[in-house]
Ligand binder design. Structure first.
Ligand code: KG4
Ligand code: ZN
Length: 343
């Protein structure tokens, strides 16, 4: 059975994993860098890149030890080649290239978004193509038709912030830590989701695009007003995001005949969001699939798995494969007005 080593370094998580072509995760490890970026209130690209340099070799050794594998047993090395913070992407991709060269094994340069997009197929062996994918992470919020490995059609994207970015900004306004998603989800459990009136940007509009910037501004005003409990603001914010995601996804489902709805990316770790999307899928007669939480947030098992799927198709890359800061899954997708800064 093919054995793939996966490496991830596109943002502030360094990760390595060993995954087999028959869907066994032999070992995976993720090291976040929260404390290194904490004093700056956000991810500092230079600090992130240096941290990847420091920890990736140890992570690779760790997953090999844990799986009881020798480097020579690896059949291909899959490394994230973008999109992301370019310094970090270069670190992981160069590590992958060095290993591929030394082991004389093929390199698979993986698009991080394809890692998220194919991740549900790692834990759900019966998930066939095509499926409608809601990809909601810190950098992206898109609806895509996943037709096959390397075959994506983007139906919608965000015109301003990504869903995870909205969670992070709202959390910061509420004085919670980074990443904001898990912190808001936890606080929201003690709050009333209908206590604070917040907008649902673009809900009801004719194209299934997303917008979250106005919601963030409304949270800012609610916090400044000192009228509501933080837990009520968190719960109301989370409910507003759920309503936006559901309305936009429902529109895309209405226009599509794909039999399955899938959600992936860090925001898919959110229980309220998972259950609301499951209800939507069931109400529209679709099958629903979502990876376990650990596979939704950034990790290298999804990169190894995307590498395994690409390798099985014969999609391997040369050692001069470029690191890319931007790399849309659907290169033909039109730029949406207001979305100038998103891939
Ligand atoms: O996929 P991911 O780990 O990294 C990117 O590729 O961006 O997504 C990270 C994002 C962050 O914005 C984080 O706040 C959000 O996913 N997130 C969540 C939850 N866990 C992580 N958002 C809502 N609820 C969660 N439980
Ligand atoms: Zn990601």
């Amino acid at each position: 059975m093919t054995l793939i080593l996966g490496l991830e370094s596109s943002c502030d998580d360094s990760a390595a994993a060993l995954v087999t072509g028959d869907r066994r995760v032999l070992a995976h490890a993720v090291l976040g860098q929260n404390s290194a970026h904490q004093p700056y209130g956000g991810v500092v690209p230079e600090i992130a890149a240096r941290a990847h340099v420091e920890v990736l070799p140890g992570l690779i050794r760790h997953v090999l030890d844990e799986a009881g594998c020798k480097p020579e047993q690896i059949d291909a090395v899959a490394a994230t080649a973008g999109p992301g913070l370019i310094g970090g992407v270069m670190v992981g991709l160069l590590a992958g290239k060095g290993l591929a060269l030394a082991l004389r094994k093929p390199l698979v340069a993986v698009n991080h978004l394809e890692g998220h997009a194919l991740s549900p197929r790692l834990t759900d062996p019966d998930l066939p193509f095509p499926y409608l994918l809601l990809l909601a992470s810190g950098g992206h919020c898109q609806l895509l038709e996943v037709r096959g490995v390397g075959d994506y059609r983007r139906l919608a994207t965000t015109i301003d912030d990504a869903a995870g970015e909205a969670f992070d900004k709202a959390a910061k306004l509420l004085g919670l830590g980074y990443p904001g998603g898990p912190a808001i989800e936890q606080l929201a459990r003690e709050g009333d989701p209908h206590a604070v009136p917040l907008p649902r940007p673009l809900v009801g509009s004719g194209e299934p695009h997303f917008s979250f910037a106005g919601l963030k501004s409304a949270v800012q005003r609610a916090v400044a007003a000192h009228v509501h409990r933080p837990a009520d603001i968190a719960a109301s914010f989370q409910q507003a995001v759920v309503d936006c995601l559901i309305d936009r996804t429902r529109l895309a489902l209405d226009r599509s005949d794909v039999p399955t709805l899938v959600v992936a990316g860090g925001v898919a770790a959110n229980r309220r969001i998972r259950s609301a999307l499951q209800e939507l899928a069931e109400a529209s007669g679709r099958r629903f699939s979502v990876p376990p939480g650990w596979l939704c947030t950034d990790n290298a098992a999804m990169i190894a798995w995307a590498g395994a799927e690409r390798f099985a198709h014969g999609f391997i890359d040369r050692l001069d494969a470029p690191a890319r800061a931007r790399w849309p899954l659907d290169a033909a997708a039109e730029t949406v007005r207001g979305a100038g800064v998103k891939a």
